[in-house]
Write a protein that binds this ligand. Sequence first.
Ligand code: NAP
Length: 337
Amino acid sequence: MFPKTYRKFILTKFGEDFRACTTIVDTPWQDPGDEEIVVRNIYAGVNGVYDFNMMRNAVAYISFEVPTDMGIEVVGRIVAVGRNVKKFKEGDAVATWKVGSGYRDYQVANVSRVYAVREASPEILTLIPTGVSGMVGLERVGEMASGQTIAVSAAAGGLGHIVVQIAKRAGNHVIGLAGSNDKCELVKKLGCDRVINYKTEDVDQVLKTEYPRGLDIAYDSVGGTTFDVLLDHLAIRGRIIISGYTSEVGKPLQMINAGRPWTKLYFKSASIRGFINPHFQEFWPDAAERLLSAYDNGGLTVIVDPTPFIGLEAVPEAVAYLMAGRNCGKIVIKLDH
Ligand SMILES: NC(=O)c1ccc[n+]([C@@H]2O[C@H](COP(=O)([O-])OP(=O)(O)OC[C@H]3O[C@@H](n4cnc5c(N)ncnc54)[C@H](OP(=O)(O)O)[C@@H]3O)[C@@H](O)[C@H]2O)c1
């Protein structure tokens, strides 16, 4: 039978200390509406930057009121279905993706935002929604074709390791930037043509020497000086995709004393393109289907960081681990233990 209450992880106040701003509370069981299902959340994906920004009330496009529920993506199993739900049944493995639905033991989800998956394994969380963001960003924002030179920052990260493979599978020359030799080794194994450990090699020099024609696409989620150097090396008609700014999160805004953006773009017909996946929802189902099928056919290597994070109590630790840049691949929390 269903529990009368279950636990969820919430943000109680805005601030700068993640543990002090969050807690775990009991919440009453809710039956599904006609078009809804109830999912037992089994694994939750960790979007440390998003969580950290929520805590700081710095997700510019959403106005949160506290207390508010946290966590976005999960894989789980359906335990109850609404009257009109035909597409799913109890016991089905699913992936879901909605702000506030992730860090909790159960969730009520509208079927329009639910993806059927073969099994509720943590690996799926590298694809939905992380890989979907990478694919949509590369294809729709970066206008990726084949035969191009594409650089990817945080290439060993949850998002980056999938971006690298999508770019490679499309027939491109891929340069991966990562912050340790172990990460670089892993990115090399994923098929990167050139891996740069930005802590020991000078990225500017490498690009200058080895890629004088420049980058057709730079997929950047790190920001800061990584963004600067990638921007400097765009090819004619090159595009830099701003997919995040991890290195700048929680830090004072840096004032850069430089020429206006056009000075780096106009004479190359190059562009800077902002990308945030909620603005591209019409492309999600197709990208999810293609990624799941590539994974099922053995065409994608997906990496879940091996550090175990168990239960809702582990959320702050998992977020801190990501924010310290220690992860390789996607960080996942096991909820059903
Ligand atoms: N635009 C979108 O729609 C979208 C969707 C999903 C995620 N994102 C963004 O993409 C980024 C990656 O997300 P993710 O969850 O997959 O994280 P992640 O890449 O797995 O982890 C962050 C990585 O960033 C690198 N990094 C570079 N400078 C850092 C610094 N100063 N501090 C900490 N880490 C640093 C680290 O790798 P190295 O050691 O190799 O430097 C670290 O492992 C985040 O900014 C996230 O918000 C955007």
